[in-house]
Design a protein around this ligand. Sequence first.
Ligand code: PEP
Length: 251
Amino acid sequence: MRRKLVVGNWKMHGNRAQVTELLQELISSATQISQGVDVGVCPSFVHLGLVKDQLAGSKLILGAQDLNEQPESAVTGEVAGSMLFDLGVRYVIVGHSERREKLKESDDLIADKLVSAQVNGLTPILCIGESLEQRQGGVTEETVVGQLNVAVDKVGIRAFNDVIIAYEPVWAIGTGHTATPEQAQEVHRLLRDHLAELSAAVAEAVRIIYGGSVKADNAKELFRSADIDGGLVGAASLKAEEFISICKSAG
Ligand code: PEP
């Protein structure tokens, strides 16, 4: 039985006071969330230390939004996986569509980041998803399987025992247009079936979470689907009450 996982991606939002207020509300309400649900929060790099210091004893797990693919070295402005682990980070998002689009991150680079995350003891949350044009052009399956394959080819199927896949249709991110539970389930199933061709055990165990305008009023229906193991939540994770409600829907 796979544990559900809900992760908040705070993106490039908030100052220290706002982050502290949000976190304190989350911490004080976290007891309402089922023990069977894992919950992560991914603040920006500059707020990781602040959040870590306040998280002690809470069920919330610290995540980061990115890492550099290189080991600690002379790369100005970047952050290595070892630094994140040392700080207490446990999850790290790789391949978010905003980075793929705005920063031109390639599948290859993302696979290298996934390796770096695992080498440094972090659990990568690998984001994959098709654009609106790709969906309308009928190439959703080949797009997401293609993105997944680059990572599988790099690390091998066994490594996916400790990878979380986030299916995030680009047309649903930050747009308010959530995929229907049927649309999401269909892609989650095909991803799991694809992995099963390489390892039935890994395919059964791997958590595939959905991201794209998850909100309090659609989370329950999404999380009820057989192959949706939780959510990666952007905008709605910045509102404590709504995020807690989404987490409760997973329990
Ligand atoms: C995301 O950025 O991963 C995301 C899913 O954002 P939103 O929930 O705002 O669509």
